[in-house]
Design a protein around this ligand. Sequence first.
Ligand SMILES: Cc1cc2nc3c(=O)[nH]c(=O)nc-3n(C[C@H](O)[C@H](O)[C@H](O)COP(=O)(O)OP(=O)(O)OC[C@H]3O[C@@H](n4cnc5c(N)ncnc54)[C@H](O)[C@@H]3O)c2cc1C
Ligand SMILES: NC(=O)c1ccc[n+]([C@@H]2O[C@H](COP(=O)([O-])OP(=O)(O)OC[C@H]3O[C@@H](n4cnc5c(N)ncnc54)[C@H](OP(=O)(O)O)[C@@H]3O)[C@@H](O)[C@H]2O)c1
Length: 383
Amino acid sequence: MPTLSPPPVYSRKNPFPARLLVNQKLNLEGSEKETRHYEFSLAGSGLQYEVGDSMGVFPQNNPHLVQEILDVLHFSGDEQVKNKEGETFSMREGLLKHFQITQPSKQFLEAIVEKSHDANKLSELLQPERKSELDRFLWGLEVIDFLLDQPAVQFTPDEFVSKLRKLQPRLYSVGSSIKAYPEQVHFIIANVRYESHGRKREGVASIYLAERVPQNTPIPMFVHVAKGFRLPENPATPIIMVGPGTGVAPFRAYLQERKAIGASGRNWLFFGEQRSRCDFFYQDEFATMQRDGVLTRFDTAFSRDQAYKIYVQQRLLEHSKEVYAWLQEGAHFFVCGDEARMAKDVDAALHRIVEQEGAMSPEAAAEYVEGLKKEKRYKRDVY
Ligand SMILES: Cc1cc2nc3c(=O)[nH]c(=O)nc-3n(C[C@H](O)[C@H](O)[C@H](O)COP(=O)(O)OP(=O)(O)OC[C@H]3O[C@@H](n4cnc5c(N)ncnc54)[C@H](O)[C@@H]3O)c2cc1C
Ligand SMILES: NC(=O)c1ccc[n+]([C@@H]2O[C@H](COP(=O)([O-])OP(=O)(O)OC[C@H]3O[C@@H](n4cnc5c(N)ncnc54)[C@H](OP(=O)(O)O)[C@@H]3O)[C@@H](O)[C@H]2O)c1
């Protein structure tokens, strides 16, 4: 009898090459943003994610940036180099796939100081006690800026790559349910672009996926389990979901899942973007979910439809009575998206709602919110 080999187990160390099926811009004409919808095939992988999980995606660097680095260092790209794990590849392949060539490592900065005679400012900022000043100085600066600024600084091929960090996978929230889309995973990804120090910059993974992956190309990825961001075990439990921008991704997945399993729990979604006319992602899907009775309540906050900003937390506050009533009935409260601003403000709004509607002191409201966290009813996935 022929022996059957066990199916491969895919993981971060052994990622599954998932073929790109769909790459579609979500914003319409007139938008200031570029957010895209992706669908990948997981056929044959056996990968089983759950809604609330993320996937780690391995990107590649921009070949133009790779060429620029090769040119300034006078490398041909054919030099053989090694990574820390001892794998060998050409310098060009290494810079494309294996090393982080945008944000510089401390070792790279130290090498620049050591090899140049006029990097005094950088040398001072590398003192441990000046870490926050260094971070401010580095904001918007990349490896190429230091190389162009110090053209006399040269490296041997091995020395150069030894100063670079490993290129890391990027995490993306799963935006679909396997029950609705068997053997697929969907993502909602915002393109990262900005200008700094006179150069146009781009996010490694978001722009790689948006612009340099032809259809059907396999992209290595793995499931990143997020046990702390799961739907309530009881399908009858109500949920409140706050997901502006790409933060809506896991909630699209939750709604698909709850529809597929016929969950009886009520679902309330708060979505926000810049303009209703061109940034209202999945408008039709959410309308269908409302008609089907899956999306019980749906509130939107379009920040730039009027002269003043309206954000999701304002909508929460406008409905504070009902939000508090849902919480009192055992609802789970989910937040996903921007960590630095949105998640902080939504947290403050939640405290205000509890204070106001529960007639509590700020301290008692803080305790109530802490209680929600302890009971795993206040869950956040923010970045
Ligand atoms: C659990 C989790 C889930 C996530 N889910 C999603 C998701 O569903 N959708 C999504 O779009 N993203 C999501 N992200 C974020 C995602 O992982 C990436 O961080 C994001 O796509 C940017 O990656 P990038 O490679 O394109 O950019 P990078 O190459 O990583 O560039 C980003 C870096 O560029 C620099 N930078 C950015 N803007 C500026 C500026 N204006 N000036 C100067 N420097 C700047 C900063 O150093 C920043 O860290 C998630 C993150 C986590 C942790
Ligand atoms: N860590 C990382 O590497 C990384 C990478 C990419 C993105 N991010 C973060 O993730 C976010 C993702 O961007 P996105 O495209 O999904 O959407 P976003 O930038 O969060 O924008 C979505 C909506 O939220 C609004 N908003 C802005 N500030 C807010 C606040 N304080 N409270 C509530 N809403 C607020 C925006 O309004 P206005 O635009 O009109 O103000 C917009 O209407 C970015 O803001 C970025 O900070 C982080």
